[in-house]
Design a binder for this molecule. Structure first.
Ligand code: NAD
Ligand code: TYD
Length: 354
């Protein structure tokens, strides 16, 4: 273990964003040891990491962030210098069905991980780092104008965003009360490969492919700010290495889209890829009952990260979406695997009465 210049626990690295972060770090920093700690919930899938699983500086450890004994043992075994914390329940619709699952993982799990990190590091906090990965949803919902900055007051409105806001507060409390070295980032909606098909973009791609209705909530006018997941991973790399201790950074693509416009864009791309007549897939669009408490608009001002640390997104949205569609069409085994079993049950509960 002593040969590695840093030993990093990445929680939730079997999930969507975590797998991209782990891949980037494992490949870019062979001198770091990356330990993926993941409970493998419905959203966690080791297939996401097939290309790095045999590399010597990557290890997988199955475990729940709430399992104090297990996490303590891993700290004793690996002597982590840093934690990059992505493990979470991450889907707003599921948080409406089962809010307490979000409290358990996102609030209690994060607090427990902070506590254990402090316990193991407190005698020498130098060169230690707890990096908390959070979301722009903690800031609430915008009207037509304005952006979320790092100073925007928290105003979470769904059980998911309330649980993430609470975890952010615990992270800051551990900084202020105990001096734990932390950084935090709040990112906008991600898209890209390995995205679980319960979220808007992969769900629409999958339904278009299978000629199923495309369920657009309400009038489809809600706005999200979309960032390619690999750009989020490079932002995390930048902040991990150069971010100021105790600070938070907003991450986003300055890339706002109405949901209905994204669905049309995807239909157009898929018509071409699947050889369907133009306009064919758009016939599947079905307006359904709105999500309760549906936030109207998210838009991130990521200028602090750009000005202070020089990060910017690499891809235009249309290019990123096309890459994403290609990945899903070329990885139907992955899609079939993750949508078998429990996915169908969730889909029926979520969409049958809308
Ligand atoms: P995801 O749902 O795809 O993956 C979450 C991972 O965490 C899974 O591998 C799951 O098995 C694991 N996990 C869940 N509960 C766990 C527990 N109790 N113990 C250990 N592991 C557990 O999520 P994602 O979209 O990759 O999001 C990752 C992080 O980024 C989350 O903290 C999320 O809030 C944040 N975030 C996501 C987005 C987005 O657009 N997806 C945007 C901004 C921030
Ligand atoms: P989602 O991908 O769940 O991310 P979030 O709610 O965290 O932003 O949803 C993105 C947007 O798409 C959101 O406004 C809700 C909407 N949406 C639909 O219209 N239909 C769907 O089936 C889903 C999953 C989402």
């Amino acid at each position: 273990m002593a040969d590695y210049s840093k030993k990093i626990m990445v929680t939730g690295a079997a999930g969507f964003i975590g797998s991209h972060v782990a891949r980037l770090f494992v490949k870019k920093y062979p001198e770091y040891l990356i330990v993926n700690l993941d409970a493998l919930t419905y959203a966690g899938n080791l297939e996401n990491l097939r290309d790095i699983e045999n590399l010597p500086n990557y290890k997988f450890e199955r475990g729940d962030i709430n399992d104090e004994k297990r996490i303590n043992e891993l700290f004793d075994q690996y002597h982590f210098d840093a934690v990059i914390h992505l493990a979470a329940e991450s889907h707003v619709d599921r948080s409406i069905i089962d809010p307490l699952a979000f409290v358990r993982t996102n609030v209690l799990g994060t607090a427990s991980l902070l506590n254990i990190s402090l316990k193991h590091w407190k005698d020498n906090l130098e060169n230690k780092l707890f990096y908390h990965v959070s979301t722009d949803e903690v800031y609430g919902s915008l009207g037509k104008e304005g952006f979320f900055t790092e100073e925007t007051p928290y105003d979470p409105r769904s059980p998911y965003s309330a649980s993430k806001a609470s975890s952010d507060h615990f992270v800051m409390a551990y900084r202020h009360t105990y001096g734990l070295p932390i950084v935090m980032s709040n990112c906008s909606n991600n898209y890209g490969s390995h995205h679980f098909p319960e979220k808007l973009i992969p769900l629409m791609i999958n339904n278009i492919k299978n000629n199923k209705p495309l369920p657009v909530y309400g009038k489809g006018e809600n706005v999200r700010d979309w960032l390619f997941v690999e750009d989020h991973a490079t932002a995390i790399d930048t902040i991990f290495h150069n971010g100021k201790i105790g600070e938070k950074y907003n991450v986003g693509g300055f890339n706002e889209w109405k949901n209905i416009d994204i669905v049309h864009l995807l239909c157009g791309i898929m018509d071409k890829k699947l050889g369907r007549p133009a306009g064919e897939s758009a016939k599947l669009i079905t307006y359904v009952k709105d999500r309760p408490g549906h936030d109207m608009r998210y838009a991130i001002d990521a200028s602090k990260l750009n000005k202070e640390l020089g990060w910017k997104p690499s891809l235009q949205f249309e290019e990123g979406l096309e890459k994403t569609v290609d990945w899903y069409l070329q990885n139907q085994d992955w899609v079939n695997h993750v949508t078998s079993g429990d996915y169908q049950k969730y889909y029926d509960v979520q969409y049958e009465k809308r």
